[in-house]
Design a protein around this ligand. Structure first.
Ligand SMILES: Nc1ncnc2c1ncn2[C@@H]1O[C@H](COP(=O)(O)OP(=O)(O)OP(=O)(O)O)[C@@H](O)[C@H]1O
Length: 837
C-alpha cells in the first residue's frame, strides 16, 4: 500500500508551498526515481519515440505513445460493444420469441431460455445506465505458475511461473514477455468463444488490479486505468509494478503512460452525489470489499479513508459473489437523509440496484420519516437503553388512557345480557382481569384475545349459569353458546374496543408527552429533569401522535412496535408477474425510467421485508443504544459490515452504545480492518483538523493525507462589536462567494445546529453549488470547499461537540475557510483558540 501510494503521490502532488505532505512527496519522488519505478525499459523506449524525454513517457505522457495506446484501447472497447450489441439482439429476439411462445417447451429448455434472456437483459440494463466508463481497467500479466484457467476465462494463479522472467544479459535487466492481458469493467463480457473480453471488477481475476503493489506485484507488470466517455476512450493512466523488468508485449516494449489514476480522481471537482471508486480502489480497501461475508466485518478508519465508498462497493461485491444468498436484500443504514441522497447513485453505477436498500436511520420504520432534530440533552435520553424499560411500562400503562383525543378513559363497568339476565363486572373486577391478562411480557396488542377470554370467564362465573349443569358436556355446550352470544353483542364489542384498545406506537409515544404520566412510567429509571425534557419534546407529536418525528423518536417507535406487537394483517398480494421476474423483462427499460422508479421499488421492498441477509452500517459510531436495537431487529439472521470512526462520534455515551452494538451483533465472529489513508483532505486541512482530534481524543491517530495542495486553510474572523450576528452573516457570505470563485464544484457552509435556518438565509441567491448545513448534518458528506463557522459554537453544542467539530473540519477536498465567531477568541492571525497549537 505505502509503496503503491508513493508511486501515485510522486506524480501528482505539485504543492505551491512546501508542507509536510509536500516534503514527503518529494522524498517519495526521489525514492521512486532511485528505485526506477518509472524508468523501466519499456518507458524509456516510449519516451524516446516521442522526442526523448529521458525521464520516461509517464512524465508528460508522450503524446504519440498516448494516442497510440488510446487507439489500442478504443479498438478493444469497440470490440466489446460489438459483442454486447450481438447479445442485445439475441436478448431481444429471445424475449420476442418468449412472448410469442408463452410457456411452450420443456421445463428445462424454458428455464435455460429464461436464464439467457435474463443475462442479456441485465447487460442491456447496465449498458443503458449511461456508464461513463464501462471499461476502466487493464492489467498485463506474466505467465502464471500452473496454467489453469478460472470460470471467467482468465488464468487463476497469482504467482508467476518460474520461467516467466528471463535473467538479463550483460546489457540490461531481466526480461519478460506479457502472457495475458485482462480488461476490467463494471460487468463481465465473454466473446463468442468464451474468452474474456472484459472481466467483472468483482471477479477473482480482477483482484490483482486492486491488490498488486510494487512490493508484492504477483503477476502484474503494468496496471492501466482507462477513462472513457460513452463509447469513446479519452485517456489512459499507467502504473508499472515491476519497473525492474524490461517487458514486451507481442515482441514490442511495453509503454507506460499517464499521471496516476488515483490522483486524477481525487483532484476532480465534487458534485452533489458521490462517485464510485471502482477504477482506483486501493489495496487496503480491496481487502475489506472482498472480505468473506460469513460473520461481522468491522472497519474503522479516520475521515476520508473511504469507509462509505468501501461499504457500498462491498454491497455490490457480495451480490456478485452470491446473488441467491443476498436475494433477501442488503440494507445499508446511513446516518442522515442527506448522506442517503449523496450516496444513492453509487450502486446503480456499479450495475446494482433493487436488492440494496439505502436507508437513513430516521427512515427505518414504515410510515415514519424523521424531520425534526432533538436538543443534545433530549437525544441523550431518547437514545439511552434505559428507554426500553420506560417504553415497556408505557405500552401497558397506555391501555388505561382514553382511546383517542376527546374520548373518555377506559370504561369502569361491563354490562351484558346473557340468557335473559343482566350480568355485570365492576371496576375492581375489571382491574383484576386486566392484571391477570397482562402478566408476563407478551406484546400488549397480542394479549387482547386473552383479555377477552378472561372477561368471558368472569361473566360466565358471575352469571351462575355453570351451576345449572351437572353434565360436563352440557355445561360445555352451554358455555359455547354463552360465549358466542356475548362476544357478538355490540355492547361487549364496544366495551372491548374501549377497555383494551389496539395501541399504535405513535399513540403511546404521544401519551408520554404528559409529564405526570411519564413520571409514573419512568419511576427509578429517569431523573425528574429528564422526564421534563422528554415530555416537552414529545409534545411536538400532538395528541394524536401525528406531529413531526425526530430521528431518535423513530427508534422509540420501533421499540414500541415490538413491545405492542402488530396484530395479524391479511397478506399483501404479490404485484409482480412471475414470468417477469424469471426473464428479467423488467430490466429492459430506459435508465430514466429506472431512476424514477428506484425509490418506489425500494420502498415497496422495504415494506415487504423486516429481516435482511446482510446489513451494512455506515457511521456506526453515531448509533445510540436504541438505534442499535432497531437495526439489530432487521438483521437477526444477517451477516454484517459495520464501518465507523470513534473519533467522529456525536454520541456522548460510547460505553452504553458499545454494549448495545455487541448485543445487536451477537456472538458472531468478528473480522476487523483499519483504513489508514485519507483520500479526501489535502494535508494542509488534515493538519488543522488533527489539532481538534488531539483535544477530542488525546492519543488518537489521524489518517495520513495522500496529497497536498499547498493551500493553507484561511482564517477570516467576523468583525467585532455590535450586531455581531450581522457581521458574521456578512463574513460567511463573502467567504462562501470567494470559494465559489475558487473551486469548480460544491461549497459547504457548516454552522452550529441552532444557526441552520439563519445560515440558509445568509447564502440566499448564491446558487445551488453552495449548501448550508448544521454540524450534525455534515456527517459523511464532502465538498470541494467548506466554510466552518465558529468552531467554539460547534464544540460547545453538546458533550460530543469537539468530535462534531472534527467532522466539520474534515469535509473539504480542496479548500477550508474558518470564520471564527465571538466565542472563538481568535489570535492576531484570526486563528480560533481551538485550532491553535
Ligand atoms: N480508492 C479511491 N479512489 C478514489 N477516490 C477515493 C478512494 N477512496 C476514497 N476515495 C474518495 O475519498 C473521499 C472520502 O471517501 P468516503 O466518504 O468513503 O470516506 P469516509 O471514510 O466514509 O469518510 P468520513 O468518515 O469522513 O465520512 C470520497 O470522495 C471518495 O470517493
Amino acid at each position: 500500500m505505502a509503496a503503491h501510494n508513493a508511486t501515485h503521490a510522486s506524480r501528482e502532488a505539485r504543492p505551491d508551498r512546501p508542507g509536510p505532505a509536500a516534503e514527503r512527496d518529494a522524498a517519495q519522488r526521489d525514492a521512486v526515481n532511485q528505485d526506477g519505478v518509472n524508468q523501466g525499459a519499456g518507458n524509456r523506449d516510449a519516451g524516446n519515440q516521442d522526442g526523448g524525454n529521458q525521464d520516461g513517457a509517464h512524465q508528460d505522457g508522450g503524446d504519440g505513445v498516448r494516442e497510440r495506446e488510446i487507439r489500442g484501447e478504443q479498438a478493444h472497447l469497440d470490440r466489446v460493444y460489438r459483442r454486447l450489441e450481438e447479445k442485445i439482439h439475441e436478448a431481444e429476439f429471445l424475449m420476442d420469441d418468449a412472448a410469442k411462445r408463452g410457456q411452450v417447451g420443456t421445463p428445462g429448455a424454458l428455464a435455460e431460455r429464461d436464464a439467457q434472456v435474463f443475462r442479456a437483459g441485465v447487460h442491456l440494463n447496465r449498458l443503458n445506465s449511461e456508464f461513463e466508463d464501462f471499461l476502466f481497467g487493464r492489467i498485463d500479466l506474466l505467465l502464471g505458475k500452473d496454467g489453469e484457467r478460472g470460470p471467467d476465462g482468465a488464468y487463476t494463479s497469482v504467482e508467476p511461473a518460474d520461467d516467466a522472467i528471463q535473467p538479463g544479459g550483460e546489457d540490461g535487466g531481466d526480461r519478460a514477455e506479457i502472457a495475458e492481458t485482462l480488461h476490467i469493467g463494471r460487468i463481465g463480457v465473454l466473446d463468442a468463444d468464451y474468452a474474456p473480453l472484459v472481466i467483472d471488477w468483482r471477479a477473482p481475476a480482477a483482484a490483482p488490479f486492486y491488490r498488486s503493489t510494487p512490493v508484492a506485484p504477483g503477476r502484474v507488470v503494468r496496471r492501466r486505468v482507462i477513462r472513457s466517455k460513452g463509447r469513446r476512450v479519452i485517456g489512459v493512466e499507467d502504473d508499472l509494478l515491476r519497473p525492474e523488468l524490461t517487458a514486451t508485449l507481442d515482441g514490442a516494449d511495453l509503454p507506460v503512460v499517464g499521471d496516476g489514476a488515483l490522483m486524477a480522481a481525487l483532484g476532480q471537482a465534487r458534485g452533489h452525489t458521490m462517485r464510485d471508486i471502482v477504477a482506483s480502489i486501493q489495496a487496503e480497501q480491496d481487502l475489506v470489499i472482498r472480505a468473506p461475508a460469513a460473520s461481522v466485518t468491522e472497519v474503522e478508519g479516520g475521515p476520508g479513508t473511504g469507509k462509505t465508498a468501501v461499504a457500498l462497493h462491498r454491497a455490490a461485491y457480495l451480490l456478485y459473489q452470491d446473488r441467491r444468498r443476498y436475494a433477501g436484500g442488503i440494507l445499508v443504514v446511513s446516518p442522515t437523509p442527506l448522506l442517503v441522497a449523496y450516496t444513492e447513485g453509487v450502486l446503480p453505477s456499479l450495475g446494482e440496484e433493487g436488492q440494496v436498500a439505502i436507508r437513513a436511520v430516521g427512515s427505518l420504520v414504515d410510515g415514519a420519516e424523521a424531520t425534526a432534530y432533538d436538543e443534545p440533552a433530549v437525544a441523550r435520553v431518547k437514545g439511552s437503553a434505559r428507554m426500553t424499560r420506560v417504553l415497556r411500562k408505557a405500552a401497558r400503562g397506555a391501555l388505561e388512557l382514553p382511546a383517542g383525543p376527546g374520548r373518555a378513559g377506559p370504561p369502569e363497568r361491563l354490562r351484558v345480557v346473557a340468557f335473559g339476565a343482566r350480568v355485570e363486572l365492576d371496576a375492581d373486577e375489571l382491574r383484576r382481569i386486566r392484571q391477570a391478562a397482562l402478566g408476563g411480557t407478551a406484546p400488549v396488542n397480542l394479549l387482547r384475545p386473552r383479555a377477552r377470554r378472561l372477561l368471558l370467564d368472569a361473566l360466565w362465573a358471575k352469571s351462575g349459569a355453570g351451576r345449572r349443569y351437572t353434565d360436563p358436556e352440557l355445561a360445555a355446550e352451554a358455555r359455547e353458546g354463552f360465549d358466542e352470544d356475548i362476544s357478538t353483542e355490540d355492547d361487549f364489542l364496544g366495551f372491548l374496543d374501549a377497555w383494551w384498545p389496539e395501541l399504535t406506537p405513535r399513540s403511546v409515544l404521544a401519551a408520554m408527552a404528559d409529564e405526570k404520566r411519564l413520571g409514573r412510567w419512568s419511576r427509578r429509571v429517569l431523573t425528574q429533569r429528564e422526564v421534563r425534557q422528554l415530555a416537552r419534546s414529545l409534545a411536538r407529536l400532538g395528541e394524536d401522535g401525528r406531529g413531526p418525528l425526530s430521528v431518535h423518536d423513530v427508534a422509540l417507535l420501533d421499540e414500541l412496535h415490538t413491545v405492542l406487537g402488530a396484530p395479524a394483517r391479511p397478506a399483501r398480494p404479490r404485484e409482480a408477474d412471475p414470468l417477469d421476474q424469471l426473464t428479467g423483462l423488467e430490466e429492459l427499460t430506459t435508465f430514466a425510467d429506472r431512476t424514477a422508479r428506484r425509490r418506489g421499488r425500494a420502498d415497496r421492498a422495504e415494506q415487504e421485508r423486516a429481516d435482511y441477509a446482510h446489513v451494512i452500517v455506515d457511521e456506526a459510531q453515531d448509533l445510540t443504544p436504541m438505534q442499535w436495537r432497531m437495526i439489530g431487529r432487521r438483521g437477526r439472521h444477517a451477516t454484517w459490515t459495520v464501518v465507523g470512526d470513534p473519533a467522529q462520534s456525536s454520541w456522548s455515551d460510547p460505553e452504553e452504545a458499545a454494549e448495545a452494538r455487541a448485543e445487536a451483533l451477537g456472538s458472531r465472529p468478528r473480522r476487523r480492518f483499519t483504513l489508514t489513508v485519507n483520500y479526501r483532505n489535502p494535508a494542509e486541512i488534515a493538519e488543522v483538523a488533527a489539532k481538534v482530534l488531539a483535544l477530542a481524543m488525546p492519543g488518537a491517530q489521524a489518517p495520513e493525507a495522500v496529497r497536498s495542495t499547498g493551500l493553507a486553510p484561511r482564517f477570516a474572523p467576523a468583525a467585532d462589536g455590535d450586531g455581531a450576528d450581522g457581521a458574521l452573516a456578512a463574513r460567511v457570505r463573502e467567504e462562501a462567494r470567494r470559494l465559489l470563485d475558487e473551486v469548480d464544484g460544491t461549497v459547504g457552509v457548516v454552522v452550529a445546529m441552532r444557526r441552520r435556518a439563519a445560515a440558509r438565509r445568509w447564502l440566499e441567491g448564491l446558487g445551488d453549488r453552495v449548501v448550508a448545513l448544521g454540524s450534525l448534518e455534515a456527517k459523511g458528506l464532502e465538498y470541494d470547499a467548506t466554510v466552518v463557522v465558529s468552531p467554539a459554537e460547534i464544540a460547545d453544542e453538546s458533550p460530543a461537540g469537539l468530535r462534531v467539530l472534527y467532522v466539520a473540519l474534515t469535509r473539504a477536498t480542496q479548500r477550508l475557510t474558518v470564520v471564527p465567531g465571538e466565542r472563538d477568541d481568535p489570535d492576531e492571525h484570526g486563528v480560533p483558540d481551538l485550532l491553535r497549537d
